[in-house]
Design a protein around this ligand. Structure first.
Ligand code: GDP
Ligand code: CA
Length: 347
């Protein structure tokens, strides 16, 4: 443990009681990182430091009449110990009988699997939303069952969905499709012209999410997709402002190691916004808080140690560490390195 989190002297404890560590996260990558952070903090002496996770909701959609929230569910299942470790997403021991029936009716997306166990989460969530709960409230109710050991907050209660403008390979015309259609059906192989946060004009981050940033002792950006996970959260009115004004150090962990997106297709997203697939370029894209950006510190992989002086020149404190989330222990060590960097920039 690094010492910045001293639970005997909690920082600015707001009425929400969220002092502790706040993490901005997408789905699978974010969930793995938070699991390591939770492990690190639970093994420390003096009791557990509270963790609040602000989850991306840009991947959410209405499908077969149900509200599906892929990133919230990845976080919930992984932290609740119910995820399929081999496949990397969804519930362990899953079956797909209902999905096959829905396909027979021509309902839903045949290329987007909704497992039977997973469907129960979507039904439960939709039922709560129909009863008038906000997504934040519904997520808290779902967490009562899974006990993720962190406070899980959707970044917004409003429906803001990531769409991708593509040039239709058949018609040659450009049109927007839902992010999940681009990602899962087309495997991000159809070039993205741009990303659209549909509904953002009417949306705001929740007060709970903004307060979790304002009241935190440390804010971490998980090594999640910089464009469609972290980028989508930061685009919500209220989030960037909170990141720029919080008294807490803000430290990000690179999702790019040695010029590679590790798992997944983040490079296709970065290409669309004109950012190179490198730890340095993503750090500079987030930018130093001292220069109007959103981070104070940027943890890169050992493979990218050469970028550290360049980041310093850009006003971003940087350090190199092993960033492969191979298992929980390795990920806990990575979270420890992020907190050490936070403690360096906090001084
Ligand atoms: P998604 O919403 O399920 O796509 O997950 P996230 O956005 O939270 O995380 C996906 C990103 O995690 C990928 O784009 C990778 O760049 C990153 N990632 C995956 N595995 C690792 C790893 O072992 N180490 C690091 N540093 N990044 C990783
Ligand atoms: Ca996602």
């Amino acid at each position: 443990m690094t010492g910045i989190i001293d639970i005997t002297s909690p920082g600015a404890t707001g009425s929400t009681g969220t002092a502790g560590i706040t993490v901005l996260a997408g789905g699978v990558g974010g969930a793995r990182f938070v699991r390591g952070l939770r492990e690190l903090l639970s093994s420390g002496s003096g009791g557990a430091t509270p963790i609040t996770v602000i989850a991306n909701t840009g991947d959410d959609m209405w499908l077969t009449g149900l509200r599906v929230c892929p990133d919230l569910d990845s976080l919930m299942y992984t932290l609740g110990g119910a995820n399929d470790e081999v496949r990397g997403w969804g519930r362990a021991g899953e079956t797909e009988r209902v999905s096959a029936e829905l396909t027979a009716y021509g309902v839903g997306w045949p290329w987007f699997t909704l497992g039977d166990l997973d469907l129960s989460t979507h039904i439960a969530r939709t039922s709560m939303l129909r009863d008038g709960l906000t997504l934040t409230e519904a997520t808290a109710r779902i967490a009562e069952r899974w006990q993720p050991g962190v406070t899980l907050l959707p970044a917004t209660d409003d429906e803001v969905e990531t769409h991708v403008e593509i040039v239709d390979p058949e018609t040659g015309e450009s049109r927007p499709i839902h992010f999940e259609e681009w990602w899962v059906r087309h495997r991000a192989q159809v070039p993205a012209v741009r990303f659209i946060n549909r509904g953002i004009e009417r949306a705001r981050a929740t007060d709970a999410a903004a307060s979790a940033i304002a009241d935190a002792e440390v804010v971490l950006l998980a090594p999640s997709n910089p464009v469609v996970s972290i980028g989508t959260i930061v685009a919500l009115p209220g989030i960037a402002e909170a990141l720029r004004s919080t008294a807490a150090p803000v430290v990000g962990v690179s999702p790019i190691i040695g010029g590679s997106a590790v798992r997944g297709m983040a490079d296709a997203c970065l290409r669309a916004i004109g950012v190179e697939t490198s730890a340095l370029a993503v750090g500079e894209h987030y930018g130093a808080r001292s220069a109007g950006g959103i981070i104070d510190g940027w943890l890169v992989g050992d493979e990218d140690v050469a970028s550290v002086p360049h980041l310093s020149a850009a006003g971003i404190a940087s350090a190199a560490a092993p960033l492969w989330m191979t298992d929980v222990a390795a990920t806990a060590a990575m979270a420890d390195a992020a907190l050490a960097l936070a403690s360096r920039v906090a001084r």
